[in-house]
Write a protein that binds this ligand. Structure first.
Ligand code: BG6
Length: 857
C-alpha cells in the first residue's frame, strides 16, 4: 500500500503519463521496490521535492484526481520496478570541472541525456557540478549551461521541457577544494539518501580537470567521499593519461594506489562514436561473411584516418607539449586499430573478453621505427606558439601537427597487411573513417559497360566505418555491394537514402550497402550511459593504456629532434602531405619540399651531410646519419653476400645481438629482395646463457627481426648451443666446443665471410669483456665468458676466430658510444683493457660503421 503522503513536483502528472517504456509506467518507481516505507519517486528525487518546499506543495495540491491516478501509477510502477532491479537506488554524479569547456560543450548534455534515458527506469539521481570557482560565480555559470541544454528530436518538446526543469533542479553547484569539502559532500549525499528513504546505489566522479589535479582529488575522494558498503564508486578520467610510458606509469601507479581497476573509467571519446562502437557488433553479426575475409589473404590495407580543418590556435600550451601523435594517434586511432585487428571474442558483450583480446592485439604490434612515420607542421603553428606562449621571435617549434604512421602486426591474421594511421590539423577537410580495402583478385574479361553493375567483382571491395563529417556528413557503415549484404541492428541503423551519385572512396554511394544511425548520438552521451551501466569495454584499462604507450614511446623519442615538414594549411597543402609506403617504411611522396621558414636552432639537417668516408684506427670508416648508415651497411652486406655466393656457393655470416643491429636486421628483412638467403649460413657471434626463446636471447632478437621475415633454410641457421641437457652453459656440456666443431665442419678454415660486431661503452665486443680470462687469445674458437652486466653467463666467438674472418664490420651507434669511440681512436692494441682494440683480421678487411652521434657526439 502507498503511504498517505507523497510529495510531487509540479509537472509530475505529465511525466507519469508520458513515460511508458519499458512497460506501462515501468520504472516510475516508488520506494516500494527497495522495501522502504517512505515513497519518494526515485526518478524525481530533487532536493526541492521535500514536503517543506512550498513550490512543491503548491504543485501537489493543485493536481486534480491526483491520488487516484497516483495509486494506479504506483502499483503499475511496482511491476516495472521488479523488472529493473539492477537500476534501483540513488546515484550521485559529481562533475569535477563543471564550469570548464568540455563540461559546457558535452558533459552536461550527456548527463541530461542519461537522465532522459534512465530516470524513468528506476534510479534516482542527483547531479553535483563542482569546481574551484567560488559558489556564487559557479552557480551562475552552471545555470547558464543548464539553461542551454537541448532536447533530443525524439522527445516531445513539452515533455522534454518538463524533464529539463527537473534535471536543473536536481543539479547543484558546489565549490570542491579541500578534503573537508569532500567530506561535506559525502555527508550531504548520505543525509539526502536517508531523508528521502533511498538506498545509495553508487557515486560517479567525472574528472573533467587537468591531469595534474588528479592525484589530490583522487586522495580526497578516497579518504572522504567513498560511498558506504554495498554502493559502487566509479571515477571517470579524461586524457591525457601521461606523456610517454614513464609518465603514464607514474600516473597509473598514483591512481592505482587509491582506486581499484574496476572503479576507473578512462575515457577515449572515440569509443563512444557510433560508427566505431559498431565495429565489434558488426564483426560479430557478420561473422559468417567475414570469417574468410578478415585476414592477410584478403585485406589489402586498413586506413584509420582523422582529418581536421581546425588548427591548434588557443590550445598551443597543451598542444606544444603533446602534438598530434600523443593527441590523436596514441589514443583514438590506436583504439580503433585494436577494434579492427583484435581476434573477435566468442561473446562480444563480455567486457572482460573484449579487453583481453584488445590487449593481445597490442602485443602483436610490430615495433615502430623512425622510418615508420612522416610528420608535418602547419606553417602558422610556430607563430601561434610564439604569441600564445610568449616565446622569442627566434623560436621555431618541432611539434608535429600532422602524422602518418605505418603499422604492421606480427600475427598470422595480419602479417604483411599495412595499417595506415593518419591525422592532422589544418587539413583540407574534416572527416574521419576506418577503411578496410580488400585485395581484388578478379579480372573481368568483358568491357566495363558489360560488368554486372555494383555487383562486379572488378570494382573496389571495401568496408568503411565512417566516423562522421566529410561529404557524407554523418556516421555510417558502408559495405561494397560486391562483398555481401551486411546485417545491422534495424532498431539503431537504417539504410541511407538519397544521394546515390555521391562518390565515396572511389565508388558512388549506390554501389554500397550504406547504413546510418536511426538516431545520431553524441559520443559523450553514449559513454556516460556506458559508465552508468558499468560497461568497461568502452574504456581504457591500465594495462591497455600502458601497452599503447609502450608501443608509441620509442617512435616519439626518435621524433623528438626531427623537424616536421611544413605545410601551408587547407587546400593549399596540395600533394605536400601525400605519403607512400614500401616494406615497413613510410615516406612523403614528394621529395623534401623547400622549408617555408627556417628549421629550429642550429641543428644540422640530415641532408646537410653526405655519407662520409674516412679512417678510424687505420681502417675504413663509414659515417652517416643512423638511417643512411643502416641502409649503406645493409647494401654492403648484400654486396659481400652476393660476391661470396658467386665465388664459393655460400655465404657465412656471423651476427652479434643487442640493440644496434636491430635496425640492420629490419632493413635486411624488408629492403633486400635479391639477398641470397637460400645460400646464406647464419651464425651467432655471441649468446646469453638463457633459453633461445627468452627475450634476452640474441637468437630471439635475430628470429624476431630477421629470420621470420626471410627464407633462410632451416639447416643453415646455427644458434649457439647454450641450452643443452636442460642446463644453461654448463661446462660439462661442452657447448662451446660443440659450436667450434660445427664451425670447423662447415666454414672453410673457420673463416667467416663476414662478422658483424658492436662496441660496448666499456670497449667490449662480442661477449669478450675487459680482463676476460678467456677468448682474448689462445686456441679455443668459442669460449664461455662472464659479463659484468646481466645475464652474466655468455658464450662468444674468440678474438682469434673473429680475426680469421674475410671481413669484419663494427657497427657503433648512438650518443652513449661517443666517449668510448674517442678513447678507442687513441689506444693501441690492448685487448685486455679494450677487447675491441684486438679486432684486426689476420688477412681480412675491417670496416667501421658509425653514426654521427657516436662519431661526432
Ligand atoms: C581530441 C583532441 O581528443 O579530439 C583534439 O584533443 C581533437 O585535438 C579532437 O580536435 C577531435 O575529436 P572530434 O570528436 O572532434 O573528432
Amino acid at each position: 500500500m502507498c503511504p498517505p503522503e507523497l510529495p510531487l513536483p509540479p509537472g509530475q502528472k505529465q511525466r507519469l503519463e508520458a513515460h511508458s517504456a519499458p512497460g506501462p509506467l515501468a520504472g516510475q518507481c516508488p520506494q516500494l521496490c527497495g522495501g522502504q516505507q517512505s515513497c519518494a519517486f526515485k526518478g524525481t528525487s530533487v532536493t526541492p521535492m521535500s514536503s517543506e518546499d512550498p513550490e512543491v506543495q503548491r504543485g501537489y495540491i493543485r493536481l486534480p484526481g491526483f491520488w487516484k491516478m497516483l495509486t494506479v501509477a504506483v502499483c503499475m510502477a511496482f511491476l516495472g520496478c521488479l523488472q529493473a532491479q539492477e537500476l534501483q537506488g540513488h546515484v550521485s554524479i559529481i562533475l569535477l570541472g563543471a564550469t570548464g569547456d568540455l563540461a559546457k560543450k558535452y558533459l552536461w548534455q550527456g548527463l541530461f541525456q542519461l537522465y532522459l534515458d534512465e530516470a524513468a527506469k528506476g534510479p534516482s539521481f542527483s547531479f553535483h557540478g563542482a569546481a574551484l570557482t567560488p559558489t556564487e560565480q559557479g552557480q551562475e555559470v552552471m545555470a547558464k549551461v543548464l539553461e542551454s541544454l537541448s532536447c533530443p528530436k525524439d522527445v516531445a518538446p513539452g515533455h522534454c521541457a518538463n524533464l529539463k526543469d527537473q534535471f536543473q533542479r536536481l543539479s547543484q553547484y558546489r565549490q570542491l577544494n579541500t578534503t573537508e569539502d569532500y567530506e561535506t559532500l559525502s555527508k550531504d549525499i548520505e543525509a539526502r539518501v536517508q531523508r528521502e528513504g533511498l538506498q545509495e546505489a553508487g557515486r560517479i566522479f567525472y574528472f573533467s580537470v587537468p591531469p595534474f589535479a588528479y592525484a589530490d582529488i583522487a586522495r580526497s575522494i578516497n579518504s572522504s567521499c567513498r560511498p558506504g558498503p554495498g554502493a559502487w564508486l566509479r571515477v571517470v578520467l579524461e586524457k591525457p593519461f601521461g606523456h610517454d610510458l614513464p609518465s603514464a606509469q607514474q600516473l597509473a601507479a598514483e591512481l592505482g594506489s587509491v582506486f581499484q581497476e574496476e572503479e576507473m573509467y578512462r575515457v577515449d571519446h572515440y569509443l563512444g562514436k557510433q560508427a566505431l562502437a559498431q565495429i565489434l557488433p558488426f564483426r560479430d553479426q557478420n561473422r559468417k561473411a567475414l570469417e574468410g575475409l578478415w585476414n592477410r589473404h584478403h585485406v589489402e590495407r586498413v586506413e584509420i584516418i582523422v582529418k581536421e580543418t581546425v588548427d591548434a590556435k588557443g590550445r598551443t600550451s597543451f598542444y606544444e607539449e603533446y602534438g598530434v601523435i600523443r593527441d590523436i594517434l596514441q589514443n583514438h586511432l590506436t583504439e580503433i586499430l585494436t577494434l579492427v585487428a583484435m581476434e573477435l571474442p566468442h561473446n562480444v558483450s563480455s567486457s572482460q573478453a573484449v579487453l583481453q583480446h584488445k590487449l593481445q592485439a597490442f602485443q602483436a604490434l610490430r615495433g615502430l621505427r623512425r622510418s615508420s612515420a612522416v610528420v608535418g607542421q602547419y606553417q602558422a603553428y610556430s607563430q601561434q606558439v610564439r604569441s600564445e606562449l610568449h616565446k622569442p621571435s627566434s623560436f621555431h617549434s618541432r611539434t608535429p601537427t600532422f602524422a602518418g604512421v605505418l603499422i604492421h602486426m606480427d600475427n598470422l591474421r595480419w602479417e604483411g597487411v599495412p595499417f595506415l594511421l593518419m591525422s592532422g590539423k589544418a587539413l583540407d577537410e574534416r572527416v574521419g573513417y576506418v577503411r578496410v580495402l580488400f585485395k581484388n583478385r578478379a579480372y573481368c574479361a568483358q568491357s566495363e559497360e558489360r560488368w554486372a553493375g555494383a555487383q562486379s567483382r572488378c570494382l573496389p571491395q571495401q568496408i568503411v566505418f565512417h566516423i562522421g563529417h566529410g561529404a557524407l556528413g554523418s556516421p555510417a557503415v558502408l559495405v561494397s555491394r560486391n562483398l555481401f549484404r551486411p546485417t545491422l541492428p534495424s532498431s539503431s541503423w537504417k539504410e541511407v537514402e538519397g544521394r546515390p551519385e555521391l562518390r565515396l572512396f572511389g565508388l558512388p554511394l549506390s554501389d554500397y550497402y550504406a547504413y546510418s544511425p536511426v538516431r545520431e548520438q553524441d559520443a559523450y552521451s553514449t559513454l556516460i550511459s556506458h559508465i552508468f551501466h558499468g560497461r568497461k569495454d568502452s574504456f581504457i584499462t591500465t594495462e591497455n593504456l600502458l601497452a599503447s604507450w609502450l608501443f608509441w614511446t620509442p617512435l616519439l623519442d626518435s621524433l623528438a629532434h626531427e623537424t616536421p615538414r611544413l605545410y601551408p594549411g587547407g587546400s593549399e597543402n596540395g600533394h605536400l602531405l601525400d605519403f607512400e609506403f614500401s616494406g615497413s617504411q613510410l615516406a612523403f611522396s614528394l621529395q623534401q619540399a623547400e622549408q617555408l621558414v627556417p628549421g629550429p636552432g642550429a641543428a644540422p639537417m640530415p641532408s646537410d651531410f653526405q655519407v662520409l668516408t674516412a679512417t678510424y684506427r687505420d681502417s675504413p670508416l663509414v659515417a652517416a646519419w643512423p638511417e643512411e648508415l643502416i641502409v649503406k651497411l645493409a647494401d654492403d652486406i648484400e654486396a659481400t653476400a652476393a660476391n661470396a655466393v658467386r665465388r664459393f656457393g655460400q655465404f657465412h655470416l656471423a651476427l652479434s645481438g643487442g640493440s644496434s643491429p636491430v635496425a640492420l636486421f629490419q632493413q635486411l628483412a624488408t629492403g633486400h629482395y635479391s639477398f641470397p638467403w637460400a645460400h646464406t649460413h647464419l651464425w651467432l657471434v655471441d649468446e646469453r646463457c638463457v633459453p633461445l626463446w627468452d627475450p634476452e636471447s640474441n637468437f630471439q632478437g635475430l628470429q624476431t627481426h630477421l629470420l621470420q621475415h626471410v627464407r633462410v633454410p632451416y639447416y643453415n641457421v646455427h644458434p649457439m648451443p647454450v641450452h643443452l641437457h636442460q642446463r644453461l652453459c654448463a661446462e660439462e656440456d661442452q657447448g662451446a666446443q660443440v659450436y667450434a666443431e660445427e664451425i670447423s665442419a662447415l666454414v672453410t678454415n673457420g673463416s667467416f665471410d663476414l662478422v658483424l660486431l658492436g662496441m660496448g661503452t666499456d670497449g667490449h665486443t662480442a661477449s669478450l669483456f675487459p680482463q676476460s680470462p678467456t677468448g682474448l687469445d689462445g686456441e679455443p674458437l668459442v669460449v664461455l665468458t662472464e659479463s659484468p652486466i646481466g645475464p652474466h653467463h655468455r658464450m662468444s666467438l674468440s678474438l682469434p676466430l673473429i680475426n680469421r674472418a674475410r671481413k669484419v664490420v663494427v657497427l657503433v651507434m648512438g650518443r652513449l658510444k661517443r666517449e668510448i669511440t674517442m678513447l678507442v681512436s687513441r689506444v693501441g692494441h690492448e685487448p685486455k683493457k679494450w677487447p675491441i682494440s684486438g679486432v684486426l683480421p689476420d688477412s681480412g678487411q675491417l670496416v667501421w660503421y658509425m653514426d654521427y652521434e657516436a662519431f661526432l657526439g
